[in-house]
Design a protein around this ligand. Sequence first.
Ligand SMILES: Nc1nc2c(ncn2[C@@H]2O[C@H](COP(=O)(O)OP(=O)(O)OP(=O)(O)O)[C@@H](O)[C@H]2O)c(=O)[nH]1
Ligand SMILES: [Mg+2]
Length: 326
Amino acid sequence: MFELLRKKLSSFAETIIGKAPESKQIVEKRDLTPELKTVTKVKAVFSKEIRLREADIKEAICELELALLEADVDEDTAKKFCQEIKQRLLSTAIPKEKISDFVKSTIRDTLKELMQTETMDILSIAKKSEKPFKMLFLGPNGAGKTTTMAKLAHMFAKDGLKTIFAASDTFRAASIEQLEAHAKKLGVKVVKHSYGADPAAVAFDAISSAKANKIDIVMIDTAGRQETNRNLIEELKKIVRVVKPDIKIFVGEAFAGKALLEQAKAFDKATGIDAFVMTKLDTDAKGGTMLSLLYELKKPILFVGTGQSYEDLSPFNLEEIISRII
Ligand SMILES: Nc1nc2c(ncn2[C@@H]2O[C@H](COP(=O)(O)OP(=O)(O)OP(=O)(O)O)[C@@H](O)[C@H]2O)c(=O)[nH]1
Ligand SMILES: [Mg+2]
């Protein structure tokens, strides 16, 4: 995970460092009297600071942009990121001895600032919320919605919060049995209707059941769908209208690449997304998808899925991800 991006960003830093030899160093211009200028020229050789010039970094910036695209960062994000890096590298006098640290920390800070979103501590939000706290899981087919729900129910249970599942995927064969199998292992109740039933009605019943049984959280499983399927998107809108979820979580695969960004944008436009869970980070995801999502949609990634067992869910930590990259 992130290996490609890490390698490319590190090689970018090395290229820049290699392009800033002693002979190319220019001392920051200061307001000096003419008689001091000769002294300054001599001093420049011994100066502790240099300024990079556009020509020093032009090639490396182009390579960086390509590297980001290769790592699944979308074009706009990659452009914006490179522009920002370039500006920062050109506008600052760099301590001569610390070019390497400077380039790396510039990349790190730029990534952090561009990808920053509001933080959302879902556990404390759920605890403070009026009960039941209603969570809707949506996203493309096979992304890991149902598994993520099970992982979260397991996590909430450790904090004493009870969950009920709404089997609102009434579309895919065996989806209800899959949810019931998780529920049995976790000791969670499931509200279900038959296949083909109205998903909104299932969710509505689950909420009523949670109220009647003092259950803290309702997790609504929905059928996987593509953003291009109008009927299924309309169905999702209906669930949102009927249920008024407290949070709508888009579940996507971290390796899904640029297509995922378009999907997330379309789901967001149709229903409004509050947060993401990115799954399958244990596979060879390149990482760029997550950076694009954060930059473009400015919504938090709550958790990342790192495997198939209930424990394989970790809080998303931007700093940690960035420190893995550079
Ligand atoms: N390796 C890995 N596999 C995962 C992860 N999350 C889910 N899976 C697997 O991905 C497959 C699909 O997961 P589901 O939870 O059924 O996905 P879904 O989005 O509910 O699928 P549909 O309901 O068919 O749209 C299952 O085999 C899961 O075990 C993860 O973080 N890592
Ligand atoms: Mg499912």
